[in-house]
Design a protein around this ligand. Structure first.
Ligand SMILES: [Zn+2]
Length: 209
């Protein structure tokens, strides 16, 4: 016991000591950054989304669409848009029927692939056959969304993503402003924004090379 105490008392002390401080363990220098916290949130969300097999998330970030549309698609892929079904699941009392057709429950799957207005949009941009084919075997919304994007050309991916965004924007406009957008308007807006987005991206690339 005495020798143990002796060792303790004779243990060398550090010449310099620091004040205790909080350390953010996910960065190499221990300091907090919003980027690192954002990364953790994404990883947690990826882990929480029930999907079959692996989802090629990189495809989403490689899409040639504006950042706000990428952000929209990210929320869509995580099924966290405030659809009426999601609102009810979160304890907000409301009617669960689709804002567009007023027939079936407004889920992500219904809004993006099943609703009659949406189906007309997919017909207008020529991907309705692929959507129908995928719908027959779809068990999971996120997997189907990425399966669809994976089967399209780069140009079709852009237009499809912009159409999804345009559909959701029209759905919100109907709720808040009581205006009804036709499939033609929804698709034309998506086409116009797709072209503008590509022109902007190309001009940015030219300016940086
Ligand atoms: Zn509907």
């Amino acid at each position: 016991m005495e020798s143990c105490n002796g060792k303790f008392y004779h243990a060398p002390l550090y010449a310099r000591s620091r004040e205790d401080s909080r350390i953010w363990k996910v960065t190499t220098d221990g300091s907090y950054t919003v980027k690192s916290a954002y990364r953790i949130c994404i990883d947690l969300l990826h882990a929480s989304v029930p999907t079959q097999g692996s989802v090629p998330w990189q495809l989403l970030w490689n899409l040639k669409v504006p950042h706000r549309v990428q952000s929209f698609l990210w929320r869509l892929a995580h099924q966290c848009l405030p659809t009426r079904t999601n609102l009810i699941n979160r304890g907000i009392p409301c009617d669960d029927t689709c804002v567009s057709c007023n027939l079936l429950a407004e889920t992500h799957m219904h809004t993006c692939f099943v609703c009659s207005k949406t189906a007309t949009c997919w017909n207008r941009i020529g991907i309705d056959n692929i959507v129908c084919e995928l719908l027959h075997e779809a068990n999971d919304f996120t997997v189907m969304l990425f399966d669809l994007l994976g089967r399209l050309s780069t140009q079709q991916q852009t237009l499809t993503t912009m159409t999804l965004w345009s559909l959701w924007k029209s759905r919100n406009t109907k709720i808040w402003e009581s205006t009804n957008s036709s499939p033609t308007f929804i698709v034309n807006r998506a086409k116009m924004l797709s072209m503008n987005g590509l022109v902007c991206k190309e001009s940015k690339l030219r300016n940086t090379t």
